[in-house]
Ligand binder design. Structure first.
Ligand code: UD1
Ligand code: CA
Length: 481
């Protein structure tokens, strides 16, 4: 539903110095999205018609990241620094007659969910407030702006840590950096904000004191838990935010019917989906756009990125990216499925098997020590241990086609481009350079020749020669000589 009376201004112009990174702070990732992406997603679900993102530092990269959110428009902050100035330029980019509510969000505060914004908006409107804050108490409030209340318990102003007196520093009620304002009140108050403070910046937080002194109502909503207020300014906070988000995602899937044996070592991106009765074993990462269907078991020690897993499949101690694992498929332990690996129903990719850009037909097995690249494997195939598709001739990649019900002997090398017809077989160690007709047995290895006594003659005195002499002696005895 669209909200005509709501505008959202997201602050994303800051430098993020404390991240010590070539990547702009708001583009650092957690749970499968950027910090800014999380904020934009919550903003999007509020259905506001007007979304403005204030950019400056690394503006091209940050603005380009808005492509996934068609409603969001980048606005450039000028050389005047500070969150107050950022909001001011955001407001300028709204229709000049906009008189509704402005939700101000920080691009570096990623964990606030849409329900909290909704609660803030309802309280703001019910109270007819000029500004509504989110209230949060932190055991360690250092770094945050503190909420200063009067003797009547009402919010008077916000003071930044760098400008706080020692008495103000001990206050544990902090400003999470998200607010709802009535647009005209915000416009007016910002005109009075100066830069006379420790950082020489226009502080948005000064608006609260200005409105309060003008007799306006400041409302507040309590944050559901302290974690939501977490602002990401350095990599320690990034790690902490990732952990909190992950706990939340894991819990959401547990409540939706997924067994997660060890939440502490399970990482599930916010972007992944899991069905009922999936089991996730320890030390497993389910990332990106991965989807796992009902009854599948993933892990332990498994990483899935942008991968589709079918019903009742099993993936153990394996790594898959951009793969499609069909219903009832068995993967691992120690398999590596790369982009374009598609295993049809009941197929198997076993131990130390790498598959990329290949289809493996229903019920087909690649059980041990194999590389399958750029291949089309039919149904009911068994590739013996050590099967290799030699797909690359140093210039180009070529395809291998293996027909239904083919069985290859151990250590078969298929030199692509090559086709093995339906029902064909290969001998152990075959190097298949020519197409094999359906039903044929391909052998490329010369018949074995034994040279009797070679070791005794050429390696006399070695342990091998002695063992050979002894074995021959006992063979003669057994023959009754
Ligand atoms: C800010 C608040 C502080 C609050 C904290 C919550 C101010 C003055 N302080 O402090 O009270 O407790 O957030 O996390 O508002 N930004 C711009 N333009 C600028 C400066 C910053 O767009 O000129 C953006 C940043 O990209 C960031 C957000 O505003 O997304 C907050 O800026 P930051 O410098 O991190 O402020 P804090 O010191 O964390
Ligand atoms: Ca911050």
């Amino acid at each position: 539903m669209s909200e005509h009376n709501l505008a959202i201004v997201i602050l994303a112009a800051g430098q993020g110095t404390r991240m010590k990174s070539a990547t702009p702070k708001v583009l650092h990732r957690l749970g499968g999205r950027t910090l800014l992406g999380h904020v934009l997603r919550s903003a999007e679900s509020l259905g506001a018609d007007l979304v403005r993102v204030v950019v400056r530092h690394e503006r091209e990269q940050v603005a380009a990241s808005l492509d996934d959110y068609p409603g969001a428009i980048a606005v450039d902050q000028d050389e005047v620094p500070g969150t107050g100035r950022a909001v001011q330029v955001g407001l300028h980019a709204l229709p000049s007659d906009f008189e509704g509510d402005v939700l101000v969000l920080s691009g570096d505060v990623p964990l606030i969910e849409v329900e909290t914004f909704q609660a803030m908006l309802s309280e703001h409107r019910a109270r007819g407030a000029a500004a509504t804050l989110l209230g949060a108490h932190l055991a360690d409030p250092s770094g945050y702006g503190r909420v200063i209340r009067g003797s009547d318990g009402m919010v008077e102003r916000i003071v930044e840590q760098k400008d706080a007196t020692p008495e103000e520093t001990v206050v544990t009620e902090i400003n999470p950096g998200v607010y709802v304002f009535r647009a005209p009140a915000l416009r007016g108050a910002l005109e009075q904000v100066g830069t006379d403070n420790a950082q020489g910046e226009m502080y948005l937080t000064d608006v609260i004191g200005i409105l309060r002194r003008g007799g306006d109502t400041i409302a507040g909503v309590t944050a559901p838990d302290a974690g939501v207020a977490l602002g990401v300014n350095d990599r320690v906070q990034l790690g902490e935010a990732a952990r909190i988000l992950n706990q939340r995602v894991v819990r959401r899937w547990q409540l939706a019917g997924v067994t997660i044996q060890d939440p502490a070592t399970t990482w599930i991106d916010d972007t992944a989906t899991l069905a009922q009765d999936v089991t996730v074993l320890p030390n497993t990462h389910i990332l990106g756009a991965t989807s796992v269907s009902a009854g599948a078991t993933i892990g332990p020690d498994t990483s899935l990125v942008d991968t589709e897993v079918g019903e009742n499949a099993t993936v153990r101690r394996s790594d898959a990216t951009l793969a499609v694992i069909g219903r009832g498929v068995n993967v691992g332990p120690w398999a590596y499925l790369r982009a374009g690996a598609e295993l049809a129903e009941g197929a198997k990719a076993g131990t130390f098997v790498e598959i990329k850009n290949s289809t493996v037909g229903a019920g087909s097995k690649v059980p041990h020590l194999s590389y399958v690249g750029d291949a089309e494997i039919g149904e009911g195939v068994n590739l013996g241990a050590g099967a290799i598709t030699a797909n690359y001739d140093d210039i180009a990649k070529h395809r291998t086609v293996v027909g239904d019900h083919v069985k290859t002997g151990s250590h078969t090398v298929m030199i692509a481009p090559v086709t093995l017809g339906a029902g064909a077989k290969t001998g152990a160690g075959a190097v298949v350079r020519k197409d094999v007709p359906p039903g044929a047995l391909a052998m490329s290895v010369a018949p074995q020749r034994n040279l009797p006594g070679w070791v005794e003659k050429h390696r006399s005195g070695t342990a091998a020669a002695d063992a050979a002499v002894e074995a021959q002696g006992s063979e003669k005895q057994a023959d009754g000589e």
